[in-house]
Design a protein around this ligand. Structure first.
Ligand code: PLP
Length: 356
């Protein structure tokens, strides 16, 4: 090869993009509490429907995702035209950026929050404006509203927030939405909605109805246990929903995911019972940790947050040796998914020993 051969020119925006650290996969028999997955295996009916559908995966899926979209519209009482599906809600979030933001534009979100936000923002070419959480782990909505400029195109509001689990109250969110200009899209990311038990926290689907600049993100990965099939959706007014259809990867939502999502909506009762069991485990874990003297934010999601600062990595290592893989954010804290009862017991044991 000649010396002057150059590598293909890539976009400068890709330089220095933070790497998405997927929850570590345990290499032993350890419990994986690092990705906020649902510990329950697929429901038999959902699995059977997927297996049946797998018999014809030589065919492309329905590109318009019509059957699932109709089912979602009926289920949530929204017009079908307001629904856009994608490869996980992170895929839909990326489409929202493609549809709204590019070089010179600004995207606001709280920090720390879902670690995909900085990555997908940078890929779009836009600039991240990270607004620190308050000392008690809440979104600083006043500071976020004050950060809006004429370059702002999109604001992510993660409710409840990943990784802290803290939920925003309806009053606070409404006050914030009232301050955001109507030409800025606010995306309420409700990946953990089904685990929320705090009645003061709003259902984004109620807030979006009379606000054309609000989009709601939901996923089948968490409460519905379909993380491996990659399907999520947004509910948004036109023209946002239409823009999501324009930016969709053709045939991106595969046929198994479509079938599984439909079957899951029909099996909502047993799935929500599982969520309730996880919520009860969350209460047990939080109470147990607090009894040991830990400060634990009031999580409304399927995980808990321990702000360990400089001792974060040490805690994660000790947890792993004890049989649970948690998610460390070095220098900040660990996020631990609520998993199997046995796994949660290990967390409580490790946390107790760590304090001694
Ligand atoms: C806040 C938040 N939004 C979105 C997602 C993406 O989920 P998925 O792409 O599996 O729908 C996650 C996953 O961890 C999350 O925590």
């Amino acid at each position: 090869m000649a010396d002057d051969v150059q590598t293909p020119k890539l976009r400068g925006a890709l330089r220095g993009i933070p790497v998405y650290k997927a929850g570590k996969i345990p290499d032993t028999s350890a419990f994986k509490l690092s990705s906020n997955e649902n510990p329950y295996p697929p429901l038999p009916g959902v699995l059977a429907a997927v297996q049946k559908s797998a018999e014809s995966f030589n065919r492309y899926p329905d590109m318009g995702v019509a059957a699932l979209t109709a089912e979602l519209a009926e289920h949530f009482g929204v017009p079908a035209e307001h629904i856009a599906t994608g490869t996980g809600s992170v895929g839909v979030a990326q489409q929202l950026l493609q549809a709204t933001s590019g070089p010179g534009d600004e995207v606001i979100y709280a920090w720390r929050s879902f670690e995909a936000y900085p990555i997908i923002t940078q890929i779009s070419g836009a600039t991240s404006i990270k607004v620190p959480l308050t000392p008690d782990e809440h979104h600083d909505l006043d500071a976020m509203a004050a950060a809006v400029t004429d370059r702002t195109r999109l604001i992510f509001v993660c409710n409840p927030n990943n990784p802290t689990g803290v939920a925003i109250s309806k009053d606070d969110l409404v006050r914030f939405l009232d301050r955001v200009p109507s030409d800025v899209l606010v995306v309420i990311d409700e990946a953990y909605r089904e685990f929320v038990r705090d009645d003061s926290s709003p259902d984004g689907l109620e807030l979006y109805r009379d606000r054309p600049n609000v989009a709601v993100l939901r996923t089948f990965s968490k409460a519905y246990g379909l993380a491996g099939l990659r399907i999520g959706f947004a509910v948004a007014h036109e023209p946002v929903a239409a823009a999501l259809r324009q930016t969709a990867v053709p045939f991106g939502v595969n046929s198994l995911a479509q079938v599984a999502a439909i079957e899951s909506l029909r099996a909502e009762k047993p799935l929500l019972e599982r969520c309730e069991a996880l919520v009860q485990e969350r209460t047990r874990v939080i109470e147990g940790l607090r009894a040991q003297g830990w400060t634990v934010p009031e999580s409304q999601a399927n995980f808990v947050w321990l702000r360990l600062g400089e001792r974060t990595v040490e805690f994660a290592a000790m947890a792993e040796v004890s049989g649970i893989v948690v998610r460390p954010f070095a220098g900040e804290g660990v996020r631990v998914t609520i998993g199997e009862v046995e796994a949660n017991d290990i967390l409580l044991r490790v946390a107790g020993e760590f304090r001694e």
